[in-house]
Design a protein around this ligand. Structure first.
Ligand code: 6GU
Length: 230
């Protein structure tokens, strides 16, 4: 998979080298390319923003550098899915990560300030598949951290990136429920015991206990994830 990131902070993409994705990048499963939006400006100050039409606080990213950056990125390579990072987008989740993982090439466009001139999204949608996506219901200063989170969630789904593929199917959100609690050795620590059923060797009992814990935890912490009848 090829992942391209357009940002005024392309150096933030280096963070991906530190996590498990460094391995994926080294092995050729994943190629991440960062592009500096300011390389597509032509003025001495490398300006990327301006005041909003209609007034109001903050600055808006001007369309010209974005247009040129996307001209360059879209000029060659497989037809990508272009993702604009914005708190006004549809919310990212595990299903979207799976959808992203099926793509040959993803282009993440990281907005800063009060966003990107909407004509950039409109123009891009006329020549590529485009999504406006948010990481969640909170506000960041820019899309970079959101893009990194989405890239990590996506890349770990690529075959060969995670050592044991079973750890992908068992985890929170894949089943629609939160994951059951995990324990390791020692069996007793600071007076706290590992639940005996996990040490019983009864695989059926372990599976039933875990399913019940998942359901209980989901009911308590994230009832919104449960179907109305559950
Ligand atoms: Cl994608 N961008 C910004 N600026 N804030 C966010 C976000 C994205 N997702 C959640 N908050």
């Amino acid at each position: 998979m090829i992942v391209e990131v357009v940002s005024i902070f392309p150096e933030l993409v280096g963070l991906l080298d530190v996590s498990l994705l460094g391995k994926a990048r080294g092995s050729g499963l994943l190629e991440v390319r960062a592009h500096d939006l300011r390389d597509f400006t032509h003025d001495r100050h490398r300006t990327v923003d301006d005041t909003p039409y209609g007034g109001g606080a903050g600055m808006v990213m001007r369309p010209e550098p974005w247009g040129e950056a996307l001209d360059a990125v879209l000029a060659d390579g497989p037809a990508p899915l272009v993702v604009f990072l914005t708190p006004a987008g549809e919310r990212f989740d595990q299903a979207m990560a799976r959808r992203f993982a099926a793509e040959e090439r993803l282009v993440f466009c990281c907005g800063r300030y009060e966003g990107i001139d909407q004509r950039v999204i409109e123009h891009t949608a006329a020549r590529a598949r485009v999504l406006e996506v948010s990481l969640g219901d909170f506000v960041l200063n820019g899309g970079e951290v959101a893009a990194l989170a989405m890239i990590e969630a996506t890349a770990r789904l690529l075959p060969g990136v995670i050592g044991n593929p079973e750890s992908l199917t068992e985890e929170s959100h894949e089943s629609g429920l939160l994951e059951y609690p995990a324990y390791t050795k020692p069996a007793e620590w600071r007076g706290l015991e590992v639940p005996p059923v996990l040490r019983s060797g009864d695989h059926g009992a372990v599976a039933r206990w875990r399913a019940a814990q998942s359901l209980e935890r989901t009911r308590r912490v994230r009832p919104d994830l449960l179907p109305p009848e559950a």
